[in-house]
Write a protein that binds this ligand. Sequence first.
Ligand SMILES: [Zn+2]
Ligand SMILES: [Zn+2]
Length: 508
Amino acid sequence: MRYFVSAGWPYLYDVPGLHNCVPMLFADVTARFLRSRGDEVFYLCGGDEHGSRVEFVAKGLGKRPQELVDEKYRETVPLLKAMGISVDSFGRTSDPRHKEFVRSFLLELRERGKVSAKPVEVPYCPRCSKHLPDRFLQGRCPHCGDTTYGGQCGNKRACGKMIASMRDGRCALCGETVEFRAREHWVLPVSPYRLRIMPHVGSDRRNQAEVVRRVEETFRDIPEVTLTRDTSWGIPLVESERERTVYSWADSLLAKISGAPEELWKDAATRKLFFLGMDGVPFYGVLLPSLLLAAEKGHSVSHWTLLPNEVLIYEGGVCSKSTGTGIWLKEALSVLEGDFWRFHIYYTYARAEKHADFRWERFVEAVNTLLIHGLEESVTRAVAAPSAGEVDRERLGNIRASFAEVDTAGAFRRTLELVIDPGVSRATLLEAMPLLGCFIPRIAERALRRLEGSADRIFDGRPLSHQELRVRYQALVDERRDRQTLQEEVTNLRADSLCVCPINLKEQ
Ligand SMILES: [Zn+2]
Ligand SMILES: [Zn+2]
């Protein structure tokens, strides 16, 4: 079977943190499992480099947006590799080839009358003399009443709807009450595609009722989507109008097409798995398939599965910067190998901890007990056993079934229970290691070598010390803070206080 697996790297303008990896880590488990089963997989990740959020932060830092995203790209990609994220490609929306793809895709839609240009009332700040696309606009969501930015409601769990027009809109730069001005924008009606899209959404999997509900709701609330914005940081469609660019969501959705082999999208049998936050559902469920159907270029919208990762709200992020609890990838990977951090995320998720705030002590205790002691012991015991024993087909079968269902929590729990079971046989462990390797690939590889007799140990035998790790980690973070300019700190804090990321949300 052929699979297209996708996950995004959110917040490319921020310091890369462990929380940013969560969607990719979940996609990674599935991509690794499918490959191990012999399926053909293309796993695409991408950074959304355009849009008003990037422009907003770059402005505050006194940098050009391109400069900011280039820096972040150089900083981020090696960290993802160190985390063992097995992407086939990490796409960039500022890539000239992608920009050309988007431009010709949309121009053709326009020529064929699928997209029209029409006057749209857009917010404008008289004090800043600036049109206010999404991130530059603050106000209240017309659906739930929460304070948010424009474009999409920031209350991502309870609402997260696309916002056509904001209530009580103010300029996010200066706080001035906005005026509305009619501007010509490109608009794609999406309702004509509803009946062709709905049968495919979630049809491949169980437990998709919430996704289907949100997609239906988007079709009802937003019959057409404005595809352009008044911002210069993006892809201009017409050379003479560089201030009007493609809406960053349309831009980044089309990166899923431009960044993957064409035959993958044109094969109706390809299974598409989109790992995303609940807030991505209206875009992946409505806007992307509508764009593809409107284009009539033979891109398939069948086997369309959205996998919103709703359970884990990882409070290690931008919002805890002030309390110092954030887990920043660069420093985290300097004190411990990526597999331990992967383990932490899956373990937290498997325990269904809805608000996973990070505690060194708890993290280190789990690693010591379950891996450094538990896994090492069971492998040592199996190696010393007189025979390889029987293969536990039933438990391995159950694990594979969880993987196939994309039940990542279940697959993790079952795999971990099996590999640290004191009674597990060598024959079973040999078959279980590739499955454990979907979660913690490097540790599983060492365990396999140990089982095959080509290594003495998996770990070096010393339990981790949470005090020691915390001190080393904190020293590295402080060192980076010292290097950061004051301006950067201030901008980050400002960006934080206005942050609309999901980890910001408290239980409603
Ligand atoms: Zn203003
Ligand atoms: Zn809302």
